[in-house]
Structures are given as structure tokens and as C-alpha cells.
Design a protein around this ligand. Structure first.
Ligand SMILES: *Cc1c(COP(=O)(O)O)cnc(C)c1O
Length: 363
């Protein structure tokens, strides 16, 4: 049965690969002859163990993680990581550097400060409404880590390359671009990503931690807030969000086996973003990209129309044309096309065509 699906440009929760949804549908009542759904089975069953370990193994292969790295699954979203990171790594007298590139980075800084941790904001793009990624940053050599947001979901900016932190481990919020491109994980101490943007449904956050940072975890933290609880129990200290992890596993399998890895994923994502940015830049000023060109995101493409009234009409007409989720974040307004991994090229082409027609009629 063919469902009536639209092209989904939602920022998160967001589009999932159709093949993944179909696989879930096919095994919903009876997962691999177990006679039950993954939702209904023990998180300590051999079936779930295989799912969890496969998700971890695929993450390791896709990101080329060496044996120093642990892959764990935590609840509480990326937002809980804003607190867990400073709680686990910043002992009294130690500090961390933060780069403020938007709402999520601002929240990460705030959550560390709530805990009375010492945070140095070494660079910020707030002076120009977070429309760019700062350059030539001077980092503190004695910082425990440098925190940055690899892709700024709301403002539509992304680090094209990661800064040289002179050996200080990078801690990165990759919620909205993890698995969208290859990168050298070796310089990272911790990577985290709420699954609901690029690798799965809401309810689980992937966290990748390097061994040397684990040594900093203090004993006097609640078990659920301690990274070592997750690494020592393979994320099975308590009941994990098993169905969400299962979906992540299928998405990673899709990236690895159907797309063909992160190099291929990036090439596709570049092509998709190019089609839409070309449409924006070629519209004679009807559409105006809000991010500085050198800092533009390949994942979240933010743009304005000549008036808010036209933006409203644009969003309505787009939805009628089967293109959903294009409204900008409520804090900034405007429009945003989120072109995550699962958004197919046909959808992107349909969007570019629609944008061109709309500009011609209303420009
Ligand atoms: C969505 C998002 C968050 C918040 O994620 P939650 O899982 O809702 O806590 C944090 N950082 C970035 C970059 C995001 O895109």
C-alpha cells in the first residue's frame, strides 16, 4: 500500500529514509521470527543485543573510530549533554573554551554556567546575528576541551573545516550534521548528536567519547549522569530507548549499504544544497540567503523572501505542492529547508522548481 507522503524538509524530528520506514513496517509485528516487535522485547535479549552492537559497529566503521572511542546511547536529547559534559569533565579549577555560534551553543554555555563551571567564550558570531562561523580563534592551551556546534540548525551555518585547537580535544554538538560527511574524529574528545535530525527518531542521543576524557569523570555523580555508567555497561545500565536505537541502526545500515558510506553521503548532500543555493542566488534577490556564503550549511538552508506576507504565502503554497516543513525556526522567522541525509534529490529538485515558479509569479 502506497502511503501519501510529501517531501519533508522538517528540521527535526525530520525525514527518515523510506526504505528504513518500510523495513520497520515489515518487521513491526514479528522481528526476525521472534514473534514480537522490537518494541516488545527485552533489552537484554539476544535480538536486541545484536541490534545495539550492530549500531555501534556501523558507527565505528562510518566514522573510522579507533579503539580509544566508546559509542553510547543516552536519553535526554542533545540538551542533556549540555549539562553532562561540564559535569563529567570540569573539575574545580578547570575551564573549557566555548564557541558561540547560535541558540544551541548559547544553551550549552548557559547550562555549564548554571553548574558554576568556568567557561571561556573564545569566539562568538552574535555580533552579526550568528550569520557566520568565527575564524582565527585563539584557544586556551589549558582548557579541558573546546566546545563547538558543527552545524547551526536554526541559523543555517556550518563549520566547513574544524579549527586547530592545538591538541585540546574538541567536544562537538553534531546533532544536525552527524553522518552527513566524513571528518577526522581523532581530534575530538566527545561527539554528541540527538538522533532526530539526521540518524533516527527522537528519544535517543548518540554520544562518542574518547578514553582520555573518561578519566576525568568524578565518582560523586548520579549514575544516570555519569558517562562511565554507560561505557561500562554498553548503554544497558537501565532500559535504553530500544526502538529508537533500532531505528538508528537501520539508518546507519542504509547509509553504509545503500548510500555507500559517508563520502558518497557528502557528495549527495553537496549536490542537494547546491541545487537550492543556486536557486536562491539566481533569483535576482527575491530569495535572500541569511548565512554568509562561506559559512553556509549543507543541512539547513535558511532564506528570506521580500516580505513576511510573501513568506506566509510561500509556505502555504509549498505545502499545497507537497513540500512540507519549510518554516524557519520560531525565534528567527523566515524559511528554512532542511536537507538532511534522508531527503531525496527528487524532493530537492521539486523544491527548487517550486521556488523558481513562485518567484516568477510573485517577484
Ligand atoms: C535540535 C538541536 C539540539 C537540541 O536537541 P534536543 O535533542 O531537542 O535536546 C541541540 N543542538 C543542535 C545543534 C540541534 O540541532
Amino acid at each position: 500500500m502506497q502511503a501519501n507522503r510529501i517531501y519533508n524538509f522538517n528540521p527535526g524530528p525530520a525525514a527518515l529514509p523510506l526504505a528504513v520506514l518500510e523495513e520497520i513496517q515489515g518487521s513491526l509485528l514479528d522481528y526476525k521470527g521472534s514473534g514480537m516487535s522490537v518494541m516488545e522485547m527485552s533489552h537484554r535479549s539476544k535480538e536486541f543485543d545484536a541490534i545495539l552492537n550492530d549500531a555501534i559497529a556501523r558507527t565505528r566503521r562510518l566514522l573510522q573510530l579507533d579503539e580509544r572511542f566508546h559509542v553510547i546511547f543516552v536519553q535526554g536529547g542533545a540538551s542533556l549533554q549540555f549539562s553532562m559534559i561540564p559535569m563529567n569533565f570540569l573539575a574545580d579549577g578547570r575551564s573549557a573554551d566555548y564557541v558561540n555560534t547560535g541558540t544551541w551553543a548559547t544553551n550549552a554555555i548557559q547550562e555549564a554556567r548554571v553548574l558554576n563551571k568556568t567557561v571561556n567564550v573564545v569566539a562568538s558570531s552574535e555580533d552579526r546575528q550568528f550569520t557566520y562561523i568565527p575564524r582565527d580563534i585563539v584557544f586556551n592551551p589549558d582548557a579541558v576541551y573546546v566546545h563547538l556546534t558543527s552545524n547551526n540548525t536554526i541559523r543555517g551555518t556550518q563549520w566547513a573545516a574544524f579549527p586547530d585547537t592545538q591538541g585540546v580535544p574538541i567536544v562537538a554538538d553534531m546533532s544536525s550534521d552527524i553522518m552527513s560527511r566524513p571528518f577526522d574524529a581523532g581530534r575530538f574528545g566527545l561527539i554528541y548528536a540527538g538522533a532526530q535530525k539526521n540518524i533516527g527518531p527522537a528519544g535517543v542521543c548518540m554520544v562518542i567519547i574518547r578514553d582520555d576524557l573518561l578519566k576525568r569523570v568524578p565518582a560523586n555523580l548520579p549514575s544516570m549522569l555519569k558517562y562511565t555508567t554507560y561505557t561500562s555497561k554498553n548503554s544497558l545500565y537501565n532500559t535504553p530507548p530500544s526502538f529508537a536505537i533500532y531505528t538508528v541502526q537501520l539508518v546507519l545500515k542504509w547509509i553504509e549499504e545503500t548510500v555507500g558510506g559517508l563520502g558518497r553521503m557528502e557528495a549527495l548532500n553537496r549536490k542537494k544544497a547546491e541545487v537550492v543555493y543556486r536557486g536562491i542566488d539566481g533569483s535576482g534577490g527575491f530569495y535572500r540567503g541569511t548565512a554568509e556564503p562561506a559559512s553556509r550549511s549543507l543541512m539547513n538552508l535558511t532564506f528570506r523572501l521580500p516580505s513576511e506576507e510573501l513568506e506566509q504565502r510561500f509556505l502555504q503554497a509549498a505545502l499545497q505542492a507537497g513540500l512540507g516543513g519549510l518554516k524557519g525556526h520560531r525565534s528567527v522567522g523566515g524559511c528554512r529547508a532542511s536537507l538532511y541525509n534522508a531527503v531525496p534529490m527528487e524532493g530537492v529538485e521539486a523544491l527548487a522548481d517550486f521556488m523558481q515558479t513562485f518567484a516568477r509569479k510573485n517577484g
